[in-house]
Design a protein around this ligand. Structure first.
Ligand SMILES: Nc1ncnc2c1ncn2[C@@H]1O[C@H](COP(=O)(O)OP(=O)(O)OP(=O)(O)O)[C@@H](O)[C@H]1O
Length: 358
């Protein structure tokens, strides 16, 4: 291992590796292969989307370099996400397909899926979104491009629609809303499989699949027949939604798709004037659900006017207000999802590590 002509001491390299390992509470052995050296540059390839960690990591590593009199060495961080092997054959370019599902309609699954797609992008991943909510496709509304239509050069393979740095496809771009609304189950699931297969996804890390709400035949067929890498379940905290979320978790268990965790949406309302936190839809529901199923509670997002306004106006919150505390919260959830999927990749391979969600 050389830096230009000068070898970088093993002691120093080990100290740097240990620092990153401690940061992520991982064994140094797993972190070692994230490092590569190139002339005066030390490259660190993070295997999950965690761009918001880079600044702190950089400071910590630079401090060690300074202590070893190696201040000239520059650091470069990259995001290098692997694909989790799925039972169903992979779809070209789609990367890891993450199903965002809800047992019950109206809990904010689509708004969560869209915001998470942008949050993952802002954490450094290449992201697409497929709107599989066939009876109520809201992705085109939330991306503000309802009138767009995917170009198709050979009459078959479609180019996804680009929006603010992600790509998307939806039945909503292809057929009038009322047409899809009358499709029966088998026709709807076939149309969705086609939509996924016949889109030219541009080498993504993640494809967010905005599932139709519920746990019926269409959902089960999709979870079973598509190469879904993992799922997250969105719920509101009240009992009714939690009972349905349980069915959602059971559905993914049945088809052996790992559930990465639960997102509680509309958890509370924070009064903008007095700062009072009101638990409109009851409290701690998501927490109880996560304990019951031994799944992480990935995030608790507020009931917030800005989330609704930006979604309904077609200006994604993460793009319109990237510095808001809610956008930061979404980025934390996105990072946790990405890390949890990395954990699944480790489990599926020879190495098994413990990665705590930071
Ligand atoms: N945390 C939130 N705060 C405020 N409004 C929200 C929040 N999450 C979602 N909404 C709004 O609630 C409405 C329903 O959300 P959304 O369409 O995402 O739900 P859904 O679960 O996907 O619904 P469906 O099951 O009918 O597809 C939308 O107007 C959306 O903007």
């Amino acid at each position: 291992m050389f830096f230009g002509k000068k070898p970088l001491s093993e002691t120093l390299l080990n100290a740097l590796i240990q620092q990153v390992a401690d940061f992520y509470q991982l064994p140094a052995n797993s972190v070692k292969n994230w490092f590569s050296q190139n002339k005066q540059q030390l490259e660190i390839h993070l295997p999950f989307a965690a761009k918001t960690d880079v600044e702190q990591l950089q400071t910590e590593l630079q401090q060690i370099l300074l202590e070893h009199d190696e201040h000239k060495v520059s650091l470069a961080f990259h995001t290098q996400i692997k694909r989790l092997q799925t039972k169903r054959p992979a779809i070209k370019g789609s990367g890891n397909i993450i199903a965002v599902s809800s047992g019950k309609g109206g809990v904010g699954k689509s708004a969560t899926a869209v915001n998470l797609a942008f949050a993952l992008m802002q954490q450094g991943a290449k992201v697409g979104i497929l709107d599989a909510d066939i009876y109520g496709p809201s992705v085109p509304i939330m991306l503000g491009n309802k009138a767009a239509s995917p170009a198709s050069e050979y009459g078959k393979i479609m180019q996804p629609i680009e929006a603010h740095g992600i790509v998307a496809n939806s039945i909503g771009y292809l057929v009038p809303e009322d047409d899809a609304a009358v499709w029966r189950g088998p026709m709807a699931s076939k149309a969705l499989q086609q939509l996924l297969n016949e889109t030219e996804w541009p080498d993504l890390d993640y494809l967010i699949l905005d599932m139709p709400p519920g746990t019926g035949d269409i959902q089960l067929t999709l979870a079973q027949n598509l190469p879904v890498a993992a799922a997250v379940v969105v719920t509101t905290p009240q009992d009714l939604a939690l009972a349905d979320a349980t069915k959602g978790i059971a559905m993914f268990d049945k088809v052996d798709v790992p559930v990465l965790g639960i997102i509680e949406n509309m958890s509370y309302y924070l009064c903008e004037n007095c700062g009072h936190k009101a638990h409109i839809f009851a409290s701690q529901g998501g927490e109880k659900l996560s304990q019951k199923h031994a799944l992480p509670l990935l995030g608790q997002l507020p009931l917030d006017l800005h989330i609704r306004q930006h979604a309904d106006e077609g200006k994604p919150l993460l793009i319109a207000e990237p510095d808001s505390s809610i956008s930061q919260h979404y980025r934390e959830v996105a990072k946790s999802i990405s890390k949890a999927l990395y954990q699944e990749i480790l489990h599926s391979g020879e190495a098994i590590d413990v990665l705590l969600v930071r």
